[in-house]
Design a protein around this ligand. Structure first.
Ligand code: CTP
Ligand code: CA
Length: 226
């Protein structure tokens, strides 16, 4: 049956999942971050492990429990996430970037605690490395790269552009506006866009169900070498 086939596809495969929000230090007591809960990434890690994959979950700070059978690596910043991920770049069969990585970090975090003084306080930000793009553009044709996209404008067009630019096999477009989608909730509304041009809009589902559909669709790209 379908499940047995999926288990065969994932059995023994090395799957790396990034999850959650990164924290970028302003000083020793403050940081820049975002509202990502890590739930989608944890659901993907749990599902892949259930299917028999060897799963490494690289996650930003979250209160979520480590899924059964998953190797978890906790990181704080985007650069720490990159260092942790890079160690698996060559060995992994599938890289799933579900993390909400901060695009920018404070250029020079202060030591200690910044004192309040001026009315206007500026923090200079510099761009973080794009972990998924680094993986996608250096991966072998046998490795599968999966990304997410959250778009406010022109969602389809922008998601397809990311798929191409980062050399992904599949991109999961998160609906920004629909009820039941978003950061803290246990459900999601997504559209899967494959590099083969396939498009699949999923109805409102639990993040665990969404994870399973993503993995099923992704397994199609194993050994495809295209
Ligand atoms: N991503 C990443 N490293 C970054 C930024 C993003 O690995 N520094 C990954 C995310 O995990 C996600 C995908 O890239 O899978 C797309 O992230 P998104 O924020 O939607 O796109 P960006 O490329 O950062 O572009 P923008 O935020 O400007 O839309
Ligand atoms: Ca971004």
């Amino acid at each position: 049956n379908e499940d047995a086939e999926l288990c065969r596809a994932f059995d023994g495969k090395n799957v790396v999942v990034t999850a959650g929000a990164t924290r970028e230090k302003i000083d020793d007591v403050r940081f820049i971050s975002n509202y990502s809960s890590g739930k989608m990434g944890f659901a993907l890690a749990a599902s892949a492990a259930k299917l028999g994959a060897k799963v490494t979950l690289i996650t930003g700070k979250t209160a979520l429990q480590t899924p059964q059978g998953v190797q978890r690596i906790d990181v704080e910043s985007a650069r720490e996430m990159l260092v942790a991920a890079e160690a698996f770049f060559t060995a992994c069969d599938m890289f799933i970037a579900a993390a909400a990585v901060a695009d920018y970090r404070p250029a020079s975090p202060h030591e200690g605690k910044i004192k309040k003084s001026e009315n206007v306080f500026e923090i200079q930000l510099v761009k973080n490395p794009d972990i998924l793009q680094l993986f996608g553009t250096q991966k072998s044709s046998k490795q599968v790269a999966i990304g997410f996209a959250l778009e406010a404008q022109n969602p389809m067009e922008n998601a397809k552009e990311k798929l191409a630019k980062k050399n992904l096999d599949l991109i999961v477009l998160n609906s920004a506006s629909e009820p039941g989608a978003g950061f803290e909730v246990d459900t999601n509304v997504v559209t899967l866009i494959g590099k083969d041009g396939t498009l699949e809009k999923l109805p409102l589902m639990s993040k665990l169900e969404v994870a399973k559909v993503i993995l099923k669709k992704s397994s199609f790209f194993f050994g495809k070498d295209m």
